[in-house]
Write a new protein. Structure first.
Length: 938
């Protein structure tokens, strides 16, 4: 039975709109034992929801019965209109017609919201728009909290006609036929009767609300009682003492966790049993009974009465007993028994509180041991430890005395800053910083910091200090550990020096230069001043290092660093970037471009002046030449790395020109560098893809083909044939000349071997141009001889052409390699003789077979007397030294005739043939010999 009557229909019949009775089973249905414990309710009203207050299945049943009894559609919603229950007796007119249209749904939602706005005085009854229907609704309010709305309706009174329904259907855009069919199903009910139904609904909802409120209060009271019980148990369980409560007969009612730990029993094993049957020693109980009998003058029986005889008489009973735990172990305890009293002062039970004296005694022994260990640690630890109270040393260990070099009586009572310099390394006063650290530690925040102390003799040292607060004797002290880190600081300084200074020259390295460049860029941006970066490439260092050894090379670098330091002034930074590259940073060069450029020119002249003087290496005077590049910058500078890239491009240009002038970075150099980088990448691909070929230009003497010069050509897949002048300089700069040069020698040797049986080309020498970096490269001799052996080419058919610059730069080393190859049968030709610094002394020493007259002298020898005289001199020198001579660049018969009159009979030039591939040369060789024969004979 849910209501005070048999059913909702009975309720409707009995109340007729009057108040009825709702039993609490409707609310909180989960209190039913078959359904489990009562659900937890939120303690704050604004947290309560309909589902927290009501059992939805019961509410659904009530709603369905109410709808069946009244023949009125019914639903319960949340305040926002969302359904809580399933609708009961919903009419097709509302569900299938009105709510299917957008306007009709909006009208229904607005009506539902209005129906739920009623108060505690009664329901809201209102017509449903213009459809001629009636709706009603009541809010469900619990403890002032609106948790839902109970809505009924969709009835029509006997006065309404179908015309109103059709008009409403047209208004909301509904199907008129469906509207009329659904409208006819709506129950007809006089308005007065519908109002009674609404009043009965209001009474029913009010009864539900009151029951829910009462149950909510009850649930909260029960929850609070559970909380209080949990808090009480937490207090008991949080105690370190055993706490056992009993009733007046000694039956155990509670047994806290400390009692469980002390005695080894679980609560379920002892609750309900009587003490002291299994906790106390029976002989002790009997002895105490005799004592109490004598003391009180009455017979006290052994048992529970012994424990409560004094407390029940208002006397204190606190004494030592022996407890027996579950395992039979006896241990001493101190027990205090206190009576528990009811509201009228009557004794309702007792509580016994016991402290394990064995644990206390053990703790006291452990404390003594801990103090001894602490003292041993305090005295024996290597780090210094001291205690401070009110900014005075009150205790310290021997390590402090060793660190400070003082006696105990010297330091006890002293202030901490008495053993500190007046100022710390950061410039702050020691007293000020000490007060700051002491205040921080006193506030509970452990302080970690480095501190400069003074030893007793005044010697400063660095220490790592930890300062924290400890309580001793109820008073806060400061505990400090002091570790001497002087050696660590020195090591760190050495590491920093290693990281930022070149160990050979003792000047800044690349890392420190980049750091200072970054600082200077920031300074330029802040002040508008300009600065400059110079790069100095010692061009002859590798030659000296290789020829005189690394010891002399290191000595040279130290001397160079010393001299460059004179060029930077006090503010400049001289740095060594790698083996033979130095840099000079010139800060604060003025605020104009002109002033900066003038300063750079002056510094560069100082550098060149320093290198004009010889260096003394183990008593030997050596000269070095350098290339200097520079870039100037101001606030527009981006990064240190970008400045280095700029100055590297500038020094590369200086290396190409070698005119003892500083070369400034220009954006055009960047474009040139990019182009060279592209060429370099293409060259590497060309090596892999075998895009290089050799062309051969004939050399003739007296009508005979006596030689060929092998000239490399690059068959670019997109650009076609590329001139050597466009890529050979890049190969020399990048080092690609080594693998490409080896390929040229190998290709020429293979061609020599193929022509060994040719009727015309057999026995014709093939000349290969050799760059300076090639003949100076490691294992050059071995590589050439290996190629000869692998191709099986006759070595006497191979001629290597060298320039004067190669011989002048590293004459001793080159001569040695030339002689080794000469002994193997390979010939040598001196190319471009007379264009550089010609020396008869080294010409005499060289194993040269032939001198080549440069085409620059041949071109104008018919019109320029100087060129004619030079050509004549070269020819005479070659004859006097027993060498062959050949003129290149011969383009006219007049040039050939003039050279022949001077004594030169070997020629090369466009007069005879342009360079051509090997296959064309083979087809052309016979005709070429006949044609030249006519010229030679003439």
């Amino acid at each position: 039975m849910v209501f005070g009557v048999a059913s909702v229909s009975d309720f409707w019949r009995v109340t007729g709109g009057r108040n009825g009775t709702i039993y609490n089973t409707v609310c909180f249905a989960h209190t039913d034992q078959q359904r489990g414990p009562r659900r937890r309710l939120p303690m704050e009203q604004n947290d309560v929801s309909f589902e927290d207050l009501f059992a939805l299945d019961e509410i659904q049943r009530i709603q369905d019965e109410f709808a069946a009894a009244t023949q009125v559609a019914s639903i319960i919603t949340r305040p926002d209109g969302t359904p809580i229950t399933a609708p009961s007796n919903f009419t097709r007119f509302c569900r299938d017609v009105v709510r299917k249209t957008e306007k009709g749904l909006a009208n229904c939602q607005a009506s539902d919201a209005e129906l739920g706005c009623g108060g505690l005085s009664g329901p809201i009854v209102k017509p449903c728009w213009s459809a001629g229907l009636w709706d009603a609704g009541v809010p469900i309010i619990v403890a002032g909290h609106h948790v839902g709305n109970w809505l009924i309706g969709q009835v029509r009174d006997e006065t309404q006609t179908e015309e109103s329904a059709l008009a409403y259907a047209e208004q909301i855009g509904a199907d008129k036929v469906a509207c009329i069919n659904a409208y006819r199903d709506i129950p007809i009910m006089p308005v007065a009767q519908f109002e009674k139904v609404a009043q009965a609904l209001f009474t029913l909802a009010s009864q539900l609300s009151r029951a829910a409120f009462q149950n909510m209060l009850l649930a909260r009271s029960e929850a609070r009682l559970r909380e209080l019980a949990a808090e009480q148990q937490a207090i008991l369980d949080g105690s370190d003492y055993s706490i056992i409560s009993t009733n007046t007969n000694g039956i155990i009612l509670s047994f806290n966790r400390a009692a469980q730990r002390m005695l080894g029993y679980l609560p379920k094993e002892v609750i309900g049993k009587q003490t002291p049957e299994f906790i106390h020693d029976s002989s002790e109980i009997a002895e105490r009974a005799r004592e109490l009998s004598a003391e009180l003058g009455m017979q006290v029986q052994p048992g529970f009465e012994v424990l409560v005889a004094l407390p029940k008489r208002g006397l204190v009973d606190e004494r030592e007993w022996n407890y027996i735990d579950k395992g039979g172990r006896r241990f001493p305890v101190r027990v205090s028994v206190t009576p528990l009293r009811g509201s009228e002062g009557q004794i309702t039970g007792y509580v016994g509180i016991a402290a394990d004296l064995g644990e206390r005694k053990q703790a006291e022994a452990e404390l003594r041991g801990s103090e001894m260990r602490y003292r041993a640690l305090f005295e024996g630890v290597g780090e210094g430890i001291f205690l401070m109270l009110k900014e005075r040393f009150v205790d310290c260990n021997p390590a402090i005395l060793r660190i400070f070099g003082c006696r105990r009586e010297d330091i006890i009572g002293a202030a901490p800053y008495q053993y500190s310099p007046q100022f710390q390394p950061d410039g702050r006063a020691s007293v000020e910083v000490a007060h700051e650290k002491i205040a921080g530690a006193s506030g509970g925040e452990t302080q970690f910091f480095e501190w400069q102390h003074l030893r007793q003799d005044g010697t400063p040292f660095d220490a790592a200090v930890t300062l924290s607060v400890v309580e001793i004797g109820g008073e806060p002290h400061l505990l400090a550990t002091v570790r001497d880190i002087s050696e660590r600081k020195q090591s760190a300084a050495k590491i920093r020096h290693l990281a930022y200074y070149d160990q050979l020259t003792k000047i800044p390295n690349r890392s420190l230069l980049l750091d200072r460049l970054g600082q200077e860029i920031r300074e330029c941006r802040a002040t508008g001043m300009r600065a400059a970066l110079l790069l100095i490439d010692v061009l002859s260092f590798k030659l000296i290092n290789n020829s005189l050894g690394h010891i002399n090379g290191d000595q040279l670098l130290r001397q160079i660093a010393h001299r460059l330091a004179k060029c930077g002034g006090e503010a400049g930074t001289v740095a060594r970037l790698n083996a033979d590259i130095f840099a000079l940073l010139l800060p604060n060069m003025g605020d104009t471009e002109l002033a900066t450029l003038t300063g750079v020119e002056l510094a560069a002249q100082q550098i060149f002046s320093q290198f004009e003087q010889s260096f003394s290496l183990n008593g030997i005077a050596q000269h070095c030449n350098v290339a200097v590049g520079a870039t100037v910058f101001g606030s527009e500078a981006e990064t240190p790395e970008s400045l280095l890239s700029e100055v590297e491009l500038a020094v590369q240009e200086a290396k190409r020109q070698r005119d003892n002038t500083v070369k400034f970075y220009d954006p055009a150099l960047q474009s040139l560098a990019s182009r060279r980088a592209q060429i370099e990448e293409s060259l590497r691909r060309a090596i892999e893809q075998k895009e290089f070929v050799l062309h051969y230009q004939p050399q003739l003497s007296r009508g005979r083909l006596v030689g060929l010069e092998a000239l490399i050509r690059w068959q670019h897949p997109e650009k076609g044939m590329v001139s050597p002048g466009d890529f050979i300089p890049v190969t020399e700069e990048t080092g690609l000349i080594i693998p490409i040069g080896d390929w040229v020698i190998r290709e020429a040797c293979e061609q020599i071997k193929q022509w060994a049986t040719h009727p015309v080309l057999a026995g014709v020498t093939v000349a290969v141009n050799i760059a300076t970096s090639q003949i100076s490269s490691p294992n050059f001799v071995e590589r050439v001889l290996n190629i000869i052996a692998q191709t099986n080419a006759p070595p006497q058919m191979l001629k290597l052409e060298l320039t004067e610059s190669a011989l002048a730069r590293d004459s001793d080393s080159v001569v040695e390699r030339m002689r080794a190859l000469r002994m193997a049968g390979i010939q040598f030709s001196l190319d471009d003789f007379g264009t550089g610094y010609s020396s008869l002394s080294y010409l005499k020493r060289l194993p040269i077979d032939q001198i080549k007259i440069d085409q620059s002298f041949v071109r104008d020898l018919l019109t320029d007397q100087d060129d004619a005289m030079i050509a004549k001199t070269i020819i005479n020198l070659a004859i006097d030294f027993g060498m062959g001579v050949i003129a290149e660049g011969v383009e006219t018969e007049a040039q050939q005739a003039f050279l022949e009159r001077l004594g030169c009979h070997a020629f090369q030039g466009y007069l005879y043939a342009r360079p051509m591939p090997a296959r064309d040369l083979e087809a052309f060789s016979a005709k070429f010999v006949q044609a030249v024969a006519g010229i030679g004979d003439g």
